[in-house]
Design a protein around this ligand. Structure first.
Ligand code: GDP
Ligand code: MG
Length: 447
């Protein structure tokens, strides 16, 4: 899994200070030492690391006191915010030329994923934005490069412009833009050639294409697996050619994360998209905030903490956590929790925000429709005191009685009982993991 080492280390560090009621300067120092090591190990540029640690330390020591979070949580929030800043704001929009077509030039080293990303991007433009892109085969050097793009075009049922491998890429690009105008394509995606290393010939050719086809965007495609090298490549391309954004590919692989974390601050150009696989739909907008949360293994734990603090009083939450941990959670607790949680937002969204929730198998199957909550409440209210504590005693005839009493159906009663059972299983799994220390940084429910 991508970012595993970094995530593990940072989460371990966080775990140490999470519950702390007071944070001393020494605590922050100690934490920053570990954060620094974690980032360096993840192949993040050392200058970037230095700046990052400085910023977080300053903010963490002299931070404004927020009533809703403990000092430990506040430091975590600072780390999360600064990680987000490091990767820049969200930038996934694509330029639109005043007069169509919008021309996008794809550049990068050989094997970075240019041709694949050209196809993915065209697919995205058509599917999400209802555009009509023209793909342009301007890599005449790599054997079968044209064929590769044509195959992708066929697969997506999108037109590919090619003049074979005897016409110069500069000419191909120029004629492609003309053709796009004639045929009213609103986007032109130029797939260019790469080399194994940056060289002058390549840059010269790319510059010429740039001059003659006047692109609205130049997307540099880099392979996330190459870490620091990806950052160096980005810097060179940006200096020589002036790029408008970066597409980071192979983030589905085992990358340590250095490229994702350094590119923005080294080149000052945003990561716009990330490649998450070889398939044509495996291109995603890059969300720095989500990425930061993912690296810290917190789901959206911070916003969850905020929501929780606003709606549930702390004592109650602690009590509940205790109950969940000791498995003495009953339908009565469930009912009470429902009342509080109802004010916090859609239930399945809340479930997904729980730390570690992304690792929980079957969570997606637990569906709680807010409209059904009143039914659920009615069902629980129709249970006897004893049934609420020992739901395993609710046999067929009791289910029938409960359904009748609550004005619902047996199916609904069955479903709720099943969900409750699943939920308890999930809690057991989570607290089990925590007990064994298998997944650091996970605590249930949200503190
Ligand atoms: N796993 C994974 N593989 C990718 C991704 N993007 C591209 N590839 C693969 O990387 C290899 C090189 O891609 P290609 O588009 O030919 O690179 P180019 O030389 O820059 O045009 C191909 O085998 C692609 O399937 C990605 O996001 N994830
Ligand atoms: Mg290619």
């Amino acid at each position: 899994m991508a970012f595993e080492g970094l995530a593990d280390r940072l989460q371990g560090t966080i775990q140490k200070i999470r519950g702390k009621g007071k944070i001393s300067e020494a605590d922050v120092k100690e934490m920053m030492r570990e954060v620094r090591l974690a980032l360096l190990e993840a192949d993040v540029n050392f200058k970037v690391v230095k700046q990052f640690v400085k910023k977080v330390s300053e903010r963490a020591v002299g931070q404004e006191v927020m009533k809703s979070l403990t000092p430990g949580q506040q430091v975590i929030k600072v780390v999360q915010e600064e990680l987000t800043n490091l990767m820049g704001g969200e930038q996934s929009q694509i330029a639109v030329a005043k007069r169509p077509p919008t021309v996008i030039m794809m550049v990068g080293l050989q094997g970075a994923g240019k041709t694949t990303t050209t196809g993915k991007l065209a697919n995205l433009l058509r599917k999400k934005h209802n555009r009509k892109p023209l793909l342009v085969a301007a890599d005449i050097y790599r054997p079968a490069a044209i064929k590769q793009l044509e195959t992708i075009g066929k697969q997506l049922s999108l037109p590919v412009f090619s003049l074979g491998d005897q016409v110069s890429p500069v000419e191909i690009a120029k004629r492609a833009v003309e053709k796009a105008k004639e045929e009213h394509h609103d986007y032109v995606l130029i797939d260019t050639a790469g080399r194994l290393h940056i060289d002058e010939n390549l840059m010269g050719e790319l510059k010429e294409i740039k001059e003659l086809s006047n692109p609205d965007e130049i997307f540099l495609v880099v392979d996330a697996m190459t870490g620091q090298d990806a950052v160096n490549v980005a810097q060179s391309f940006n200096e020589d050619l002036g790029i408008s954004g970066v597409v980071l590919t192979k983030l589905d692989g085992d990358t340590r994360g250095g490229a994702a974390l350094s590119i923005r601050s080294v080149t000052e150009k945003p990561i716009k998209f990330v490649g998450m696989g070889e398939k044509m739909d495996a291109l995603e907008a890059f969300h720095p905030e989500r990425m930061a949360s993912r690296i810290l293994g917190m789901g959206d734990v911070l916003s969850l903490i905020e929501k929780a603090q606003a709606n549930v009083d702390e004592e109650k939450a602690k009590e509940l956590e205790q109950k969940m941990r000791t498995m003495s959670f009953t339908f009565d607790d469930f009912l009470e929790q429902l009342g509080q949680v109802k004010q916090m937002g859609p239930l399945d969204e809340l479930l997904k925000m729980m730390p570690g929730a992304n690792k929980m198998k079957g969570l997606d199957k637990i569906q709680v429709d807010d409209k059904q909550i009143s039914h659920v409440e009615a069902i629980i209210q129709s249970m006897t005191k004893d049934e609420k504590i020992h739901p395993e005693t609710i046999n067929a005839s009791r289910r029938k009685r409960i359904a009748k009493g609550s004005g619902t159906s047996i199916q609904e009663v069955n479903r709720l009982l099943k969900q409750f059972e699943d939920m308890k299983k999930m809690m057991k799994q989570m607290s089990g993991m925590q007990g064994k220390g298998k997944k650091k940084g996970m605590k249930f429910p949200f503190m």
